[in-house]
Design a protein around this ligand. Sequence first.
Ligand code: SF4
Ligand code: SF4
Length: 495
Amino acid sequence: MISEVAKIKRKVWTEIAALAFEDKLEDEIEFLPRKLTREGITNYRCCEFKERAILADRIKLTLGIDLRSSNDDERLLAAAKRALDRGAAAPEPGRSLINIIEKACDRCPIDRIVVTDACRNCVAHYCVNACRKRAIEIVGNRAHIDRERCVECGLCVKACQFGAIIERERPCSRACAAGAIKPGRDSSAEIDYSKCIECGACITACPFGAISDTSDILRVITMLKSKDTVVIALVAPSVVGQFGPMAGWDALEKGLVHIGFAEVFPVAVAADVVAREEGRELAERMAGGNDIMFNSCCPAFVRLIDLHFPCLSEKVSKTPSPMLTAARLARNTHGAGQDIKCVFIGPCVAKKSEAIREGQGLVDAVLTFEELAAILVAAGINLAQIGGDALSSCQGASLDGMGFCSAGGVASAVKKCTAFSASDTPPEMLSLSGVENCMKALRQVSKGGLKADFVEGMACERGCIGGPGTLVDADVSARALQKLFKAKGEDASGH
Ligand code: SF4
Ligand code: SF4
């Protein structure tokens, strides 16, 4: 089921994409929040005016504008002009990818330990006895927590036999294993960018839709409309199953060409190249007596290492990620002098920053599958009607290249490509997904307590198929991949 938050977000993207295609952005953008509330996006906030103010911020993010560079005084028309003036140029330097829409933040309760109505004022009062800080007393037939004394150790939660004391956490803070979100001014959520690894987990976790990433939708449509530009779509392997069982690779290619892409390049082909290169690199590092090499393909994992474990940065593979490799391969087929733009399409928001930070001009923009779906809707394209079999194609890549999108796939592919003689011990591979699991392992590595030759870290649970920009649940994706692997005569259980 699609949440209301996702529906609102996608509606805004679709409207902006449609206006951009029709060259009506400047004429109609000021009226968009009113139009959307009339069409039913309301009822969630205290009044229509607040709903429209939040929609205005969502529209600015869709235009690619970092909310920290815009205030309420900047009208939507001015914001649209600013975005259109930039055209297809790279985002403003220093743009924050992950934004808090402050007006949408409900300032969820901060107290972690809470006494609920289930408290029966029992005779034993285990909670009072359990609290070493003497923070609990009985007031009015019920346990009461003195917030000044409470250190949120949770001992009372464990002690209560009725489960009447609970530990709760803000959804955004709970989702952020990197510890980058905390209550800020007025208790609204605040991001510490020195800790944020841009995994996007908070975006899907916030039930109020108060966290969002900036979008490249407008820049991509500007590129697509330019007659002198050759725009290449680099499509991630996790695309399998994303657009439903009726929409295959052929349909996607046709749909993308219809909206103006000149070519579609499967990133799985580049993943095969990366597996071979990382296999060679791993064998070299092992021969040189180096311990542990990390994969370079997950930008949030790499950022986790760079920001939180900088002493381990040297252990990250030097092989460029499949996205960057795909862009290089796709560009190589064109002669010099052509205006080429590469747009990566995948499940990941962190790739938007990787394209800017590491892209070296190879990748010009990044769209999530969700954003692409909104663009296709705006252009009146239904991939299911175009048809084709979603499971028939490996897009010219091997199954190992396709498997990069699922946890364990990178380690499996790299192991197969690591040359070691029969007398040597095969490399020890470890696969981790989810920021929390990655952090635990990285802590162990930094203390010298983890033995492995290659560690595959994926910030998203279950790998890219669990990414924040996907259209379907990871289970659906995993099943679609499994079918593809079976159809191709190989079991995907190794991935
Ligand atoms: S989950 Fe966090 S960002 Fe979302 S409304 Fe609550 S405090 Fe605000
Ligand atoms: S690290 Fe991830 S969950 Fe935490 S603030 Fe950044 S994007 Fe959100």
